[in-house]
Design a protein around this ligand. Sequence first.
Ligand SMILES: [Zn+2]
Length: 272
Amino acid sequence: MAELPEISKLAGQMRDTLCGKTIEAITIVQEKCSNIPPDEFQKRVASARIKDVRNKGKWIITSLDNGENILLSLGMGADILYFDSENNQADKYQVKVVFTDGSGYTSRFWWFGKFLLAADDELETEPNTKDIAMDPFDERFTLDYFVSLLKGKRTQIKAFLMDQKNIGGIGNMYMHDILFKARLHPRKKISDMNGDEIRLLYNSITDILNLSREKGTFAYESDFFGQKGGYTMDYFLVGYKEKQPCPVCGEKIVSIKTGSTTSFICPACQKA
Ligand SMILES: [Zn+2]
């Protein structure tokens, strides 16, 4: 599943490739992935130019020069693929955007993908994106900021980090190794964490996400040009490595239930 490294890479590629292009047509095959009917969507974006593309947590926001914004969520997985001409477009898609120069992109969602439209003055109240917090790739995401986020909180650390209202962009996939590297049990209460543990966790979040970014992001996700990333399963420390030895102490890695998610941990390095 795409998380912050994959989404920010995709948003960057879309920004570099699409800014300045003018929308000619939008085809929405699967109406339920949008918040307005396809013909209204088409009317509101036709002839508008792409002004900016950026990510907010795991959402990609494309701003147009007519005051409209396309909000894209990959849901449980999706291929968002550029084409230089419609001859080279992907066969299957739920949404297709075509520009006046003949290029465009298709969105194929595996599950729960969203393709929404919101005017500039609706963005602040848009229910899907309004509460998404700053993500760890933001330069304002400093240790001091992280410490202030955790201050006075009593919840379990994994649930806190997964909540997009606290930190944008982190999902279950990178979480296993983030907590392992910080030697924290997923159910550890924030109120029981000391300053060293918080600093270690901050470094772990930025280290793991940055390493994926440096390696070209997760190997099973396609980028805007259909290329896979270089962050293969070999880079995972304990995530999805049940029964394999812990890379630090050799103890067998186990999977445990943590609320609605599964967590892979080393029971020796991450004491409850
Ligand atoms: Zn261990």
